[in-house]
Design a protein around this ligand. Structure first.
Ligand code: 13P
Ligand code: SF4
Length: 304
């Protein structure tokens, strides 16, 4: 089917099902273009609650759909591609986390939303890359367990007085962005600002003019006097940057900064998902209720 026909059919089914399509900035451009809302992980969690729809089609990876299902149990949350999982979220398991909790009984667990519902249920509070520093600083504790991203943990540690006990996970897409890649791009584009996601390695973040979540990077591109930017995150964000601030120029820091899981969803799969009402995200109720407490605590934290 041609893209125009796919879009037409998707829109018809959206109306019929009273559905909305939410997409992360890392999705394929054509998927972002048919979405009702495109955002970073924090905004998508908030939007899932705000939307007055019966069905949410979540164009992203599994943990994102799960967060929507945890926060909105009365809505049907569909993932067009159930096998689109986040490798970093799979790097932490409940058994390991329980052992770490026993070792540090006074330390509350902060789990990055890039984690399973079961990990969230074992956590005191969640965070995203947009609010991790504020979440950690909001806690009445001197030390904090932070899972699963060691790079985000190191970034938070550089911005708080609290001791951060990290988990050894990482995002393969961001972790393979190297200092040498940034230095090469800076040499090629000397007037460009380098803006980076906090999932990047600490030695990459040292080179950044600005560190932010995906949405934060768009806001920065709008406000900065710079006209050119080297983008230190997954390449899908460049589409959102062009849409929001088309008069500026963006260079992806590395041709390898691409998340294969986020690219698994395409328009055909969105259509099939709406046609067959598949794949539904189901979270067992006891896990959901505990995970929701951790997400609700996060949503109550004020960010600057
Ligand atoms: P944001 O928190 O900026 O949305 O992105 C993190 C991410 O890697 C989503 O997979
Ligand atoms: Fe996971 Fe990294 Fe892909 Fe985000 S970009 S979904 S953190 S692997």
């Amino acid at each position: 089917m041609q893209q125009a026909d796919l879009t037409k059919r998707i829109n018809e089914l959206k109306l019929k099902r009273n559905a909305v399509i939410l997409s992360h900035y890392y999705s394929r451009p054509e998927v972002q273009d048919i979405a009702d809302f495109v955002g970073d992980s924090l905004a998508l969690s908030q939007e899932a609650v705000r939307q007055d729809a019966d069905v949410i089609v979540f164009c992203g990876v599994h943990f994102m759909g799960e967060s929507a299902a945890i926060l909105s149990p009365n809505k049907t949350v569909l993932l067009p591609e159930i096998d689109a999982t986040c490798p970093m979220a799979d790097m932490v398991n409940v058994e390991g986390l329980k052992i770490l909790k026993e070792k540090h009984p006074e330390a509350p667990v902060v789990s990055y939303v890039n984690s399973s519902a079961a990990i969230k249920a074992e956590s005191y509070i969640c965070c995203t890359s947009a609010n991790a520093v504020e979440v950690v600083n909001s806690l009445d504790a001197d030390e904090v367990i932070f899972v699963p991203d060691k790079n985000l943990a190191a970034y938070v540690a550089s911005r708080t007085d609290k001791k951060i006990i990290p988990w050894e996970g990482h995002c393969p897409t961001h972790h393979q962005i190297l200092r040498e890649d940034v230095l090469k791009m800076k040499e090629k584009h000397p007037r460009a600002e380098f803006i980076a996601h906090p999932e990047c390695r600490p030695d990459v973040l040292e080179l950044a003019d600005h560190v932010a979540s995906t949405r934060g990077m768009i806001v920065h591109a709008e406000r900065s006097p710079a006209k050119e930017f080297i983008i230190g995150t997954e390449c899908g964000l460049i589409h959102g940057l062009f849409k929001a601030v088309p008069e500026k120029t963006y260079y992806c820091v590395s041709e390898f900064a691409c998340c294969p899981s986020m690219k698994m969803v395409n328009l055909e799969k969105v259509l099939t998902s709406l046609e067959k009402m598949q794949q539904r995200v189901i979270v067992p109720e006891d896990v959901r209720a505990r995970a929701k407490e951790a997400l609700d605590r996060m949503l109550a934290v004020k960010i600057n």
